[in-house]
Design a protein around this ligand. Structure first.
Ligand code: AVJ
Length: 335
């Protein structure tokens, strides 16, 4: 087997981890539904069908983040590319599946240098797609799919010396799904898996007139509603639950104090559902919290970098100042 194929292989699959993830899924769901207010982790939106619905959300006229970030990357990829120097580099893609925006950046980086692309994902299907797309478009780019969660994937990548400089992408406001404090601990952990010259590019959605937020998270065509309700459909499919999807309604609210958009599934009537053998009763109007999408203020970005232990290298905004991609260097200091 040629050496490159060997190096491109994902780490040995560990069925133990998959079984663990399934057990955790069940545990998380039962714990969330038993809590008050009830909640379900947004992490579980993305089964195969949920990922397709999210693709459709990104194409909605109301869902501005995708277009804002594409504008940013089209305008600033050159500067981002220059910031990582000319040596060998690896673009680590956390959860973007080599989507269009990642490819805007890759087209600037590929060709001119020795480049590797490492998607990290728990979903083998997502990894296959991301890898195939990049291999097709840039045959010279070495593709290193890493099956696993972000932290374990990064630890594995850090130990590969041939990676050169890492540029870790966490685009699309994915970090918005974490509470501010959790986001900081996530970023700090991320930084610990990096060497001083490595960089991260993080997409953050900015505070704006709530009317645009409301429309983006409750679109006219009902795609976001379907995306939210798919969470219950997934419990039906994978945990033997018996939710009546017609008995729940999508709701999106803006909390200016956080500030964040929040998504809920509201029970239209009193009803019961069985999940993994446990019975749950929902009152009419009772809401299950399914997602938080934090919005950041421009003036908080420097502090966020500092708290997370990074050095700010660049800050790129779209023309409306609705979205920001921040470029941070891991640096040597520690906080
Ligand atoms: C994928 C987490 C960035 O919060 O905007 C879109 C998910 N939820 N519409 C977001 C989502 C409802 C999205 N992220």
């Amino acid at each position: 087997m040629p050496n490159t194929a060997l190096r491109s292989a994902p780490p040995p699959p560990e069925p133990k981890h998959r079984a663990e993830r399934m057990a955790r899924f069940r545990r998380d769901v039962l714990a969330g539904l038993s809590a008050r207010p009830r909640s379900l982790p947004s992490l579980y939106f993305y089964d195969a069908w949920g990922s397709r619905l999210f693709q459709r959300i990104m194409a909605l006229p109301e869902y501005y983040p995708t277009r804002c970030e594409r504008e940013i990357l089209e305008r600033h990829s050159g500067r981002i590319a220059a910031s990582i120097g000319g040596g060998p580099a690896t673009v680590v893609d956390l959860g973007e599946d080599a989507g269009e925006k990642t490819r805007v950046l890759l087209s600037r980086l590929a060709g001119s240098r020795c480049l590797a692309y490492a998607p990290v994902d728990v979903s083998p299907a997502a990894l296959r797609e991301a890898s195939a797309r990049v291999r097709r478009e840039w045959p010279a780019v070495e593709v290193v799919p890493v099956e696993g969660e972000y932290a374990e994937g990064l630890r594995w990548l850090r130990n590969r010396e041939e990676n050169g400089t890492l540029l870790v992408l966490f685009l699309g406001s994915n970090i918005g799904n974490l509470e501010r404090r959790q986001a900081v601990s996530f970023l700090r952990e991320l930084r610990l898996a990096l060497r001083p010259r490595d960089q991260v590019l993080v997409g953050l959605d900015l505070v704006k007139d709530p009317i645009f937020l409301q429309r983006a998270y409750d679109d006219a065509a009902g795609v976001t509603a379907a995306f939210n309700l798919n969470l219950l459909a997934r419990l039906n499919r994978e945990l033997g639950a018996d939710f009546d999807l017609a008995g729940f309604q999508h709701r999106a609210t803006f909390d200016p104090a956080r500030p964040a958009m929040e998504s809920w599934l509201v029970s239209r009537r009193q009803q019961t559902a069985t999940v993994a053998g446990e019975r749950f009763t929902f009152r009419a109007g009772e809401a299950i919290h399914t997602e938080i999408s934090c919005k950041y203020r421009e003036q908080d970005l420097a502090h966020l970098a500092w708290e997370s232990g990074f050095e700010e290298v660049g800050r790129f905004l779209d023309s409306r100042r609705w979205f920001a991609d921040v470029l941070w260097r891991a640096g040597g200091g520690g906080r």
